[in-house]
Design a binder for this molecule. Structure first.
Ligand SMILES: [Zn+2]
Ligand SMILES: [Zn+2]
Length: 338
């Protein structure tokens, strides 16, 4: 049975309503409006809870492995079995046809790129941190605090920009970048819990890669500049360092926002105080058609950017210039049934 086109379930400009409303639509294929799905809200909430429990119960491993061996205790598998019995394809989760295909596209070459990126990034980060400690001065305290805050906000903005770009444009069929960098974004919308089964390397590899060049440039400055110049540039370097650290950790923070069991207390504390992306806040993005709340580092910019219609503004310009329809590829994958 073919699924109907993805409807716009919530009116734009109402993120608060999405947050306040039931969270069951999140992360499911969202192929049908709630009323048409023929199941009660309470029932769906139970399914959501089960899904979240499933994040903890399921064995750790590749989403591709999950497709074949999730086990009968997996709520996703149970959901798929139920859907199969009803003669329908799963609308979300690791059993979704699109999710299975996307998970299989994770290649050894991609894995190697992630390993190299993680090793380089964390080596440079440790080196720069050690070097930065020597240029800190008390009289710079205020500007360094402002610099760190600005770095965190910039990281949040870039997380939104990259996430929006990859969610909204391009296709998995694009040469090189499609499978390597757009694929994870498509997978995440139709199988949002897959990220909780990704290990540290897969979760953080791409962000580490983006941070390597700025961190390398910073390391070069920190070893080559004379002490006086280093002292002058210290607040700026703190800005770059905070930006690099938060950009690097963005997908780890994003993974935590999808994790409902076994999180360390300090992570929950940071989420509760909205120092990093809170779980409930990120759920707003996961309402189909995934068109707002793209910032996933702290999420601080999500509300103001939504209020000024920032993403819609960019999409209108690009659509007018290129004729491309926003999220066309994302919807194609969500509707895949075999
Ligand atoms: Zn997204
Ligand atoms: Zn997410």
């Amino acid at each position: 049975m073919l699924l109907p086109p993805l409807p716009l379930l919530e009116p734009r400009g109402a993120p608060e309503a999405r947050a306040a409303g039931p969270e069951i639509l999140l992360g499911q294929g969202q192929a049908q409006p709630r009323e048409q799905r023929g199941r009660g809200g309470a029932e769906e909430e139970e399914e959501e809870d089960a899904e979240e429990e499933g994040e903890e119960r399921q064995p750790r491993g590749r989403a591709g492995d999950m497709a074949g061996g999730a086990g009968s205790e997996s709520p996703e598998a149970a959901s798929a079995a139920q859907e199969a019995a009803e003669g329908a394809a799963p609308r979300w989760g690791s059993q979704h046809a699109g999710a299975r295909e996307l998970a299989e596209l994770y290649s050894p070459g991609k894995r190697l790129q992630e390993w190299i990126s993680v090793i380089l990034c964390f080596s440079l980060m440790s080196f720069n941190f050690y070097k930065l400690l020597f240029c800190l001065r008390l009289e710079h305290a205020f500007s360094i605090i402002v610099a760190i805050l600005a770095g965190v906000i910039t990281a949040d903005f870039f997380s939104g920009l990259v996430h929006w770009g990859a969610d909204t444009w391009g296709s998995v069929d694009l040469p090189i970048v499609g499978k390597a960098f757009i694929r994870p974004f498509r997978e995440h919308h139709i199988d949002p819990t897959a990220i909780t089964r990704h290990d540290f390397i897969e979760t953080n590899g791409d962000n580490c890669m983006l941070a390597v060049l700025p961190l390398a440039k910073m390391a070069y400055k920190l070893v080559s500049l004379p002490p006086e110049a280093l002292y002058q540039t210290c607040p700026w370097e703190c800005y770059v360092f905070a930006l690099a650290v938060f950009a690097t950790l963005t997908n780890q923070i994003h993974k935590w926002s999808h994790t409902y069991f076994g999180l360390p207390h300090w992570v929950i504390f940071l989420q509760d105080w909205h120092i990093i992306l809170p779980r409930k806040h990120h759920r707003i993005h996961h309402v189909s058609p995934h068109e707002t709340y793209f910032c996933i580092t702290t999420g601080w910019l999500n509300y103001p950017l939504e209020k000024i219609g920032f993403w819609r503004f960019l999409e209108n310009i690009i659509q007018r210039l290129t004729g491309e329809k926003p999220r066309a590829d994302d919807m194609k994958w969500a509707q895949k049934i075999k």
